[in-house]
Ligand binder design. Structure first.
Ligand SMILES: NC(=[NH2+])NCCC[C@H](N)C(=O)O
Length: 407
């Protein structure tokens, strides 16, 4: 695929050609109960099984002829350049709030012996206090006793590659994350798009130097004209408007950005936890958001104007109107059973990854929703989901499409 345009995403369902993943690693084993919530986990996953499940996910993709790229491999290629590597480490320590010179120096020494691959993995898994032996105190902070077990926190949410950046058209948004723990993740795509030879001159519709959060789980490219963005627990209206303005200023075909105002709760967190597209006119949806749903539309006006309107109403009417469809089929998470809907939504029953129109990858545990999808003629490819689901994300959250066919 590398001879094609590096980023090409004009829909949610076109044949997927290339995707970015991160297989969970030692960072998962650095989650302890005291810091669980701050790291945005509800439970501690069993790494061996989580990796087995992730391998099944990747295998399904590869069997469908999707090129699977891994963030750690691409980042290792970026860090092979010693100057880039140096700059990255300084930025990473800054992001991780390493404020004292003694510790900075110790970390520089610690990483200097590593290959790029080892270094990137260690940045992700975290540096424990017992990883570093002698820190020469250079600031007060280097002397103060601190029981906290990490110098660099683990980054356990990185296997949710959907969130730190997002592809739209031929460009990306380099996101600002709502939480401190996840914001460090966005440094990886910054370095990727600044330095990797495969991804040069990629337009940016949003940059991580901004202050208003936007996360990729809220960003859905419904068609080459319409992008939907969740106004959610994680994504702010200011950021949505900026993305819309930048898209409309460009040569891209997008004409409308729809902001879907969803409840601000942990279970919903991103738009893609309650709504994903599975076919030209079929969507999975958690019934809790169905109606009334507040929708705001931002449309490309003349010159650089933006037309904004408030369009509350039924989700199905909004989708019909903006996607030019005579009818849409909303396939409900839990298939009409409210208990099953709540249970399966918690484990990402509505979070499907389409790899072609009408063909999706799903967690096997959401069998009620998966059956409903099949009844609607959708082909469902399943994999095991005991452990990956504990991070509160599903197949869409775990993947960032880099290239899809146009429809
Ligand atoms: N696109 C998504 N829905 N991602 C899910 C991310 C889950 C992760 N634990 C978080 O809270 O951020």
């Amino acid at each position: 695929m590398s001879s094609q345009q590096p980023i090409h995403v004009y829909n949610e369902i076109g044949q997927l050609n290339s995707v970015l993943l991160h297989c969970p690693g030692a960072e998962i084993e650095n989650i302890v109960p005291d810091y669980l919530r701050r790291l945005l986990f509800d439970e501690i996953a069993y790494l061996k099984q989580a990796r087995k499940e992730h391998a099944q996910f990747a295998e399904i993709l590869e069997n469908e002829s999707v090129e699977v790229l891994y963030l750690t491999d691409l980042m290792a290629e970026v860090l092979a350049d010693s100057q880039v590597r140096q700059g990255f480490l300084e930025d990473f320590m800054e992001e991780a709030r390493v404020g004292t010179e003694g510790l900075r120096e110790a970390l520089r020494n610690f990483f200097s012996a590593m290959t790029p691959q080892e270094m990137i993995r260690k940045c992700i898994s975290g540096v424990r206090t017992d990883d570093l032996s002698d820190i020469k105190p250079k600031s007060l902070g280097d002397m103060v006793k601190n029981p906290y077990p990490f110098y660099l926190d683990p980054i356990p949410n990185l296997y949710f590659q959907r969130d730190p950046f997002a592809t739209i058209g031929s460009g990306v948004t380099l996101n600002v994350m709502d939480s401190i723990t996840r914001n460090r993740e966005t440094l990886f795509p910054k370095y990727l798009f600044d330095h990797h030879p495969r991804f040069q001159n990629i337009p940016r519709w949003y940059n991580r130097d901004k202050s208003h959060p936007i996360e990729g789980g809220d960003q859905l490219v419904l068609s080459d004209k319409v992008v939907a963005i969740g106004l959610s627990d994680r994504t702010d209206a200011v950021a949505i408007e900026r993305v819309a303005r930048n898209l409309f200023k460009s040569d891209e075909s997008f004409e409308t950005v729809l902001a879907f105002d969803i409840p601000k709760t942990r279970a919903y967190m991103h738009l893609d936890t309650v709504f994903t597209m599975v076919d030209h006119d079929q969507f999975t949806i958690y019934p809790g958001i169905e109606s009334p749903l507040d929708v705001y539309s931002l449309s490309k006006g003349k010159k650089e104007d933006l037309t904004m309107s408030y369009e509350p109403g039924k989700l199905s009417s909004t989708l019909k109107k903006y996607l030019n469809l005579p009818a849409v089929n909303l396939i409900r998470c839990g298939d009409g059973d409210l208990i099953a809907a709540g249970r399966e939504q918690w484990n990402d029953g509505s979070n499907t990854l389409a790899i072609a129109p009408g063909k999706v990858i799903c967690y096997d545990r959401n069998y009620v929703t998966n059956e409903a999808l099949r009844r609607s003629g959708v082909e469902v490819l399943e994999f095991e989901s005991y452990e990956l689901s504990r991070g509160r994300g599903g197949p869409r959250c775990m993947s960032m499409p880099l290239h899809r066919d146009k429809l």
